[in-house]
Design a binder for this molecule. Sequence first.
Ligand code: CP
Ligand code: NVA
Length: 303
Amino acid sequence: MQDFLAISDFTSEQLMGLLQESRDLKAVYKSGRRDTCLTGKVLAMLFEKPSLRTRISFQVAMTDLGGNPIYVKPEDIGGIGKREPIKDIARVLSRYVDGIMARTFEHKAVTELARYASVPVINALTDWSHPCQAMADVLTIWEHFDRIEGITIAFVGDGNNVARSLAFAAAKLGMRLIVASPAGYELDTESIDKANGILADSVAQTHDPRTAVAQADVIYTDTWVSMGQEEEKEKRQKNFAGFEVNGALVAAAPAHVKIMHCLPAYRGYEITDDVTESPNSIIFDQAENRLHFQRALLKKLMS
Ligand code: CP
Ligand code: NVA
């Protein structure tokens, strides 16, 4: 395991190993003990987009393990791939630090960093995928259901980066993902076919949220307007009408259904305030688990 760019790059055993390590390290930290395996190590964190969870949880995880995170705003380095080629950034940073994590618009930017860096590179969200999020999500599901295999997730919303990483997590770890999106916002067929090639029938696409949630253990949603799509805000809000995760939709799901959202949540759009705050919501456990998964990931890649 050199880089962490996509869930589909790993075997089920490797992914389960990371999840088990997340649980083990979580228990260590919850009991007040520490693991300082990254003492003296430095992580460069490059962000082209805003972040609350990813930035702070990586920063805390790195510090917890005894290491040092360095936060780099794009303007600090003249933009990623603007002032100098990405391959030069990768090679220079590799001379200074022990790991690089990057949140970029283009997915190609993180693969280019990984190609030229001699230290591990972590995908902290691109327009294409969000693998750290999906792994924290599976950890949360495991804790709440005491199993991963056989869980059905109804993803109601945009078939974008978060949905795509969940699709590969489902395929690799024996879950089923049903994506319900308006026409034009489906998960791409190439990703669906690839996921179903890993595990038959693990991912399906529908235009009907009620059908999607009927057998769901989890209802999951994400913003209708991802970072970088702000100009399409009005159009998207119109086109996603009817895809809000609200009380009526939750009532169409089994009573035990759990509600998940990667956050940030835009209440009154993709999810209502009452559903976000309901007893079925495990949204904040999910946000917490970003820290626990990433601690395990950093240990695995950098120690
Ligand atoms: N879910 C997530 O990645 O949140 P941030 O954009 O705040 O990092
Ligand atoms: N799809 C969202 C996820 C935010 C964590 C975005 O890309 O903005």
